[in-house]
Design a protein around this ligand. Structure first.
Ligand SMILES: Nc1ncnc2c1ncn2[C@@H]1O[C@@H]2COP(=O)(O)O[C@H]2[C@H]1O
Length: 388
């Protein structure tokens, strides 16, 4: 990516250190939406605070050893605290509004709450969700609207910079990057059980949030069926979750010989994806097999869902990614992807991943830039169609 802001501009504010406040709905939103940016500004000396309006009690429990439904709220509050430490935040705070119920609260109550937080913390910069809610979650949309309204109310008394987080909508394919990574290894890759579980969560969430452009699906192949036929064009890559497959190579004389077996934790079909060559072997399920399947998805509408579809103008980045033309600010956080991935892993109930399991270049490409729409101060209206 080329258009990136290298300047942390903490000195742009007259106050030292400047105060940054992120207001979100659930513990983990801060990391997924703007974790790299928060880490970058914190490391440059800003006081960065994050407030989650809920304790995330309605979230999934992806690691049954990390919490129960009864303990989830308390555990997620601690996870936010741990993530805050990874990002270098000055403070994290979990309020206790109902997870999944923010859009049903009278909007004036949320605006009043946001106003009180702004008065108490007196930030120079506020970061929250935009009208798309980053992922479309109704809680996110409600929080973003309330914080935005409160910032507009406050701007007459105090100048404030308000930014909406914007999802990346990357066209980068995990399928390709993982395939390139695996074929370069000296020995055939075999992931641990932990890796299997983590790749499942990581790839599905990363694609849902727009950090990668794959369509990731779990597929089932009955015993005896082909996952791959030799000679066909490579479009998918498979990561085996359960069951065994046999690799069979067919000679020009039509004779088929077994060359290998693969099982859970191994990638299949990476060679065709990495080289662009036709499949070099048949792959046949010996048991009933489940696999995580990576396929290049059709471009999603820029706002993420057909329901919210509204005409939006996009612009292309040199990477091929399309971003909303309203995006005003892209922050280069490539030196802070380690902070972001460790903070993600601190949210263990949601992201049971080992932060060291992914190759650094892949993480940098996926998470190296975060996008924002500057809402306040409003940009000046021009008074001419031509440069003056
Ligand atoms: N010797 C081998 N050992 C293990 N797997 C193999 C071997 N040869 C081919 N494969 C796998 O079989 C796949 C067939 O499709 P691809 O060529 O895309 O990628 C290939 C590898 O994933």
């Amino acid at each position: 990516m080329v258009i990136v802001a290298h300047n942390t501009s903490v000195n742009a504010s007259s106050r030292q250190p400047p105060r940054v406040l992120g207001i979100f709905a659930h513990p983990d939103d801060e990391t997924l939406c703007a974790g790299g940016t928060f880490a970058k500004y914190a490391s440059a000396g800003a006081e960065v605070r994050v407030i989650s309006l809920t304790k995330g009690g309605a979230g999934q429990i992806r690691d049954a050893s990390a919490a129960t439904r009864a303990t989830l709220r308390a555990v997620r509050e601690k996870e936010l605290d741990a993530a805050g430490k990874e990002l270098g935040l000055t403070e994290t705070r979990c309020l206790d509004y109902p997870d999944g119920g923010l859009s049903e609260i009278d909007s004036q109550i949320l605006v009043k709450l946001a106003s009180e937080l702004l008065s108490e913390i007196d930030p120079d910069v506020v970061v929250t969700f935009g009208p798309d809610g980053f992922s479309g979650h109704p809680d996110h949309i409600a929080v973003g609207a309330a914080v935005t309204a409160a910032c507009y109310e406050r701007r007459s008394a105090k100048s404030i910079r308000l930014f909406h987080c914007h999802p990346p909508r990357s066209r980068m394919l995990l399928r390709n990057r993982l395939a390139e990574w695996v074929v370069e290894l000296a020995t055939r890759f075999k992931g641990t059980n932990e890796f299997v579980r983590a790749l499942w969560v990581f790839s599905r969430e990363a694609t849902a949030l727009g950090y990668a452009g794959d369509f990731v699906n779990v597929e089932w192949f009955p015993s005896g069926s082909y996952l791959i036929e030799q000679g066909e064009a490579a479009t998918m890559m498979y990561f085996l979750l359960s069951g065994q497959v046999e690799i069979r190579r067919e000679g020009e004389d039509g004779r088929v010989r077994v060359v290998d077996r693969s099982g859970p934790g191994e990638f299949i079909g990476e060679e065709g994806i990495a080289t662009g060559q036709p499949r070099n072997a048949h792959v046949v399920a010996l048991d009933d097999v489940t696999s995580l399947t990576f396929l290049a998805s059709d471009p999603v509408p820029i706002d993420g869902s057909a329901e919210q579809a509204q005409p939006v103008v996009t612009r292309s980045l040199p990477s091929g990614d399309q971003i909303d033309a309203r995006v005003s600010t892209c922050i280069d956080v490539s030196d802070f992807v380690g902070h972001k991935i460790r903070a993600t892993a601190a949210h263990r109930t949601q992201y049971p991943i080992d932060p060291s399991m992914f190759a650094d270049p892949i993480l940098r490409e996926m998470f190296g830039v975060e996008y924002f729409v500057q809402v306040l101060p409003e940009r000046e209206l021009h008074s001419s169609l031509l440069d003056e």
